[in-house]
Ligand binder design. Sequence first.
Ligand SMILES: NC(=O)c1ccc[n+]([C@@H]2O[C@H](COP(=O)([O-])OP(=O)(O)OC[C@H]3O[C@@H](n4cnc5c(N)ncnc54)[C@H](OP(=O)(O)O)[C@@H]3O)[C@@H](O)[C@H]2O)c1
Length: 494
Amino acid sequence: MTMNKVEDIVNRLKNGEITATDAAKLYKSSQSKDNIDDSKVIFCNLEWKKINATQKPDRERKSESTVYIGSSEEMYKILKERTNGKVLQATAENYKEVFAKIIEKKIPINDVVISSAFLDEDINTLVIKDLKLVLDTVQWISKLSVSMNKMIYYCYPLSDDKATIHSSCIAAFLQSVHLENQSICYKVIGLDDSEQKLKEHLLTELEQSTSDRNEVMIKESIHYYKQLNEYPPTPLDDNPNKMLKKQGVYVITGGAGKLGGKIAYYIATHYKKSKIILVGRSKICKDSELIGKLNATKSYAEYYSADISDRDSVVGLVSYVKSKYGHIDGVIHFAGLVKDMLYVNKKMIDIVHTLESKVFGINNFDEVLRNEPLDFMILNSSTTSIIGNVGQCDYAYANRYLDEFAANRNRKVAAGKRYGKTIAIDWPLWDKGGMKANESTKEWMKKKIGFEPISDGSGLKIFETSIKFPYSQVGVMYGDVNKIRENIFQKEKK
Ligand SMILES: NC(=O)c1ccc[n+]([C@@H]2O[C@H](COP(=O)([O-])OP(=O)(O)OC[C@H]3O[C@@H](n4cnc5c(N)ncnc54)[C@H](OP(=O)(O)O)[C@@H]3O)[C@@H](O)[C@H]2O)c1
């Protein structure tokens, strides 16, 4: 369904979602020439939806073995019953030996069930250990002979916030692995520790492999599935300046990069007398003209060299900004790196490199700024987090981390533990970004999926619109919207 802004406003009024006054305001703002061309944009997010899980098994099981990596006795027992005893148990310490034994003895394997094993570490260590286990598993599975698709089930407890964030990112990682190797299928299952009927619910999920149900959460005996959800293109916002404001003090990580530089200029010209601190690892600002260009506006800008994956550097940056300007109003997180490579060739060192700026960087800011009365954190993520991409399993993980982090930080704000709204914008490809796709990939994306790169003008308008939405995740898809709906949204439902 194509929904333009006016139709959207009328529908929301009819459904009682907004008042007549709100509708009039929305209509007025929708007619502004500053608005984006909504015939080319889809705004979306991933949302947990309650769906009936009591379907028949849809997966043929051969009488091959299950590998269980984890230490839950209950889980082991359930798997043993399910497979008539054919479970090979491994731990986070010895799984490589078990993998080697399976290959040596040519034991046929049906699936691998992993229980999130590392819980008592600090979050960055946890992320690395967890991803290493998953990477080793998918690389090992790729060496097995394929008699049928192999399933990986990754189970994690819902009770721990930290585990919830980093574990659900495993789904984004495995989604990209699946795009590269269709014979590796996956399901990521969040389990409520207090679940009484664990066996019943777990077995339901193990026997179903429907592709739009790869991410599951079982809470109080209800199964929720993460689904791609398109939302109305018109955010209702009474005070458009409540995120960005004149005279604000803004730290932009990756601010000397292509997109960071464009947003910095946008802020400098639209929110006068802002103080903008661009941050990058390079000793001097990579874009030699940027600082001059920004300082020719009515705002003030400077460059600060820091590697944000290093906590002490973030402490130094924050204390420098606070001693000079007194406070920080917002952080706009653009720092990022890619190291594209098929998953079979990835090494942990490549993965850690991709995680540094996005995952470790944002964790450092969160910790160091936990008591700062920020207006906002804007995290620049990628649509790869939602739809995956060949060669980018780690980049998908890192961007999903930002999406999950935003939701989690907003929960902390609601609980009075942090300040300011956090929003993750999942960007599609920009035409003139620093991270690029080659011409043949762009052509393929346009022809096959309907994606087109966004121009600077559209990107800036989308930025301004995105930060008005009341959601923590704003996924942006751009191009031929009908084709995108058909290829991404309808495909998800099949
Ligand atoms: N371009 C696109 O089409 C696109 C699409 C979707 C999402 N995004 C996201 O948007 C962001 C910006 O993209 P871009 O195209 O502007 O890329 P870019 O030009 O390469 O800018 C990224 C910047 O991040 C900085 N950086 C990397 N690691 C850092 C670290 N550890 N500490 C501090 N700074 C660090 C780099 O500067 P130094 O080398 O000096 O550190 C670089 O200037 C990225 O996070 C990307 O994932 C971009």
